[in-house]
Write a protein that binds this ligand. Structure first.
Ligand SMILES: O=C(O)C(=O)C[C@]1(C(=O)O)C=C[C@@H](O)C=C1
Length: 290
C-alpha cells in the first residue's frame, strides 16, 4: 500500500488525489500546510506528495513551484488535470433575509486559499464587496474555520465535499470567474508511477542561463525549435540568489529517452547553461479519460 501526502480532506488536492488513485488502497497523510506535504515524502514518511502547480485562472502557484525547485529534490512522476469547482460555504440559517433568501451583507469575512479567492474575484466583487478576505492554507482549512466559528459572519470558498464533511451549507455553487477552471497537479516522489498509462509523456527541466551571454535564451529555445520539439510551458522564476537572476522552468512534450531530447539538452549545456532534470513522466490532460 502506498503512503501519500496531500492537503486536508475535502481540499481540491484531496479530490484530485483520490481521482488519480481511485480503486487503489492508499494510506493518506493529510497535512494542513503544503510545506509538510512536500516534507513528508522528502523525509521518507510518504511514498509520494501531491502538489497543485498551475491553475487556469490564477496561473502558476509560485509557492509550490519554489518548494519543488529550492526546498526539496523530489522527481516529478506524473501530472494530471482536475477541475477546481469552488462554492461559497456557510450556515444558511444565519444568513437569511426577510423573504428567506440569502442576505450577503451578513457575511463579514470570506476565508479560503488565496488561489481560490482569486478564482472567484468577480463573484466576490458583485455579492460581497463589503466583506474582508482572509487567506488560509487550503480551501478545506477555510471551511474548517467557518465550521468552528458559528455566528461570526464567516463564509468559506471550497468544495462540495468539504461543505458536506463540515455539515455546512452551499450558499452559492460554482462561483469561479470562468467555468473551465482546472488545476494541474504533480505527483512527486522517488519511485515511478505505473498504475495508469498515458500516450502522452512530458519532461520538465530547469535551465539557468550563463551570466552576460547575449541571446542565451534565444539559443536555448532554438535547440528545441530546429528539432521540432514542442514546449508546453516556459516560465521564469527568480533564483533567489541575486536580484535580476532567473531560472527558466520548461515543460517539454516528449519523454527524456526520446532520441532528440538528450541532444537538445547537450546543446543547451554546451553554451554554458545549467540544466536540472525535474522529471520525465506520464501526463493525463483529460481527467475523464484518466
Ligand atoms: O486549497 C485547496 O483546496 C487546494 O487543493 C490548493 C489549491 C492551490 O494551491 O492551487 C488547489 C486548487 C484550487 O483551485 C485552489 C487551491
Amino acid at each position: 500500500m502506498k503512503t501519500i501526502a496531500v492537503l486536508p480532506a475535502g481540499s481540491v488536492s484531496d479530490e484530485a488525489a483520490k481521482h488519480l488513485f481511485r480503486g487503489e488502497e492508499v494510506d493518506w497523510k493529510h497535512h494542513r500546510l503544503i510545506s509538510d506535504v512536500f516534507l513528508s515524502t522528502a523525509s521518507g514518511v510518504s511514498d509520494y506528495s501531491i502538489v497543485p502547480i498551475e491553475n487556469t485562472i490564477e496561473g502558476s502557484v509560485s509557492l509550490h513551484m519554489d518548494w519543488l525547485v529550492h526546498e526539496v529534490d523530489l522527481p516529478i512522476q506524473a501530472e494530471w488535470v482536475y477541475p477546481s469547482i469552488q462554492n461559497l460555504i456557510g450556515r444558511a440559517s444565519e444568513l437569511k433575509d426577510a423573504s428567506g433568501g440569502i442576505d450577503y451583507s451578513l457575511i463579514t469575512k470570506v476565508v479560503s486559499h488565496p488561489v481560490a479567492i482569486a478564482q472567484c474575484y468577480q463573484f466576490l466583487r458583485k455579492h460581497l464587496p463589503h466583506a474582508a478576505t482572509e487567506p488560509v492554507s487550503s480551501t478545506a482549512e477555510g471551511v474548517r474555520i467557518a465550521q468552528n466559528n458559528p455566528g461570526a459572519g464567516l463564509a468559506a470558498i471550497g468544495t462540495m465535499t468539504a461543505a458536506a464533511n463540515a455539515g455546512l451549507d452551499v450558499i452559492a455553487s460554482a462561483i469561479t470567474d470562468h467555468d473551465n477552471n482546472y488545476t494541474r497537479f504533480l505527483l512527486v516522489g522517488p519511485a515511478p508511477y505505473t498504475a495508469r498509462q498515458s500516450d502522452s509523456r512530458k519532461t520538465s527541466i530547469l535551465v539557468t542561463l550563463p551570466e552576460d551571454y547575449p541571446g542565451a535564451l534565444h539559443q536555448v529555445l532554438s535547440a528545441f525549435a530546429w528539432r521540432k520539439i514542442n514546449l508546453s510551458r516556459i516560465e521564469s522564476r527568480p533564483t533567489k540568489k541575486k536580484l535580476g537572476n532567473y531560472y527558466f522552468y520548461i515543460d517539454i512534450d516528449m519523454a527524456l529517452d526520446t532520441v532528440l531530447l538528450p541532444s537538445a539538452i547537450q546543446e543547451i549545456e554546451a553554451i554554458g547553461c545549467h540544466v536540472r532534470i525535474l522529471g520525465s513522466y506520464p501526463s493525463f490532460a483529460d481527467y475523464k479519460k484518466l
